[in-house]
Design a binder for this molecule. Sequence first.
Ligand SMILES: [Fe+2]
Length: 211
Amino acid sequence: MATVDSLKSLLVEQVKDLYDAEKRLTKAIPKLAKASANEELISALQEHLGETQNQVARLEQVFELLEERPKAKPCEAMKGLIAEGDEHAKEDYEYDDLRDAMIIGSAQRVEHYEIAGYGTAIAHARLLELDDVVRLLEETLAEEKAADEKLTEIAESVVNIEAAAGDEEEEETEAATPRRGRQAASGSRTTAADRGRQTARASGGSRRSRR
Ligand SMILES: [Fe+2]
């Protein structure tokens, strides 16, 4: 392994790590999207998959600017985050919304890790006055932040509310109603206030359904 002997080589190491992380994500995100039920979550993940593919290409441009060959250095942290996400997605949940809430949690952990990684790399590139590198990395950082915010929005406006409502409903009606027959109902967006318990059930409360 090459010795890290300068801030420039430190930056190159970080770019190799980010390159590996992004490449892994191009394979991991489709799996999370497949395991998700909420339509908004699925489309947010699919949209971020497209961005992630661009981010891989952007890092290749960074390698070029740094006069290095694109090379991935196994990112153990991202491996771990992806493994945890896969594991959570496979678990059994009473409601799809609970799985979706868990998937959002896993995806946000990934985003936060990337935000930290790009933030550090940008700081170092800035110290090295590598303006073009800074600009490319900042484009990606902005996408990661936007993806994170979008996930928060989905969690707050749809998934977590429905999951919480499901818990209360469970206590109130304990096995009173057959629970199935959902057709991706959570894709239609209503607020907790305008969605009464009955309405939620009538529109298919997203219980135990598998896509
Ligand atoms: Fe990314």
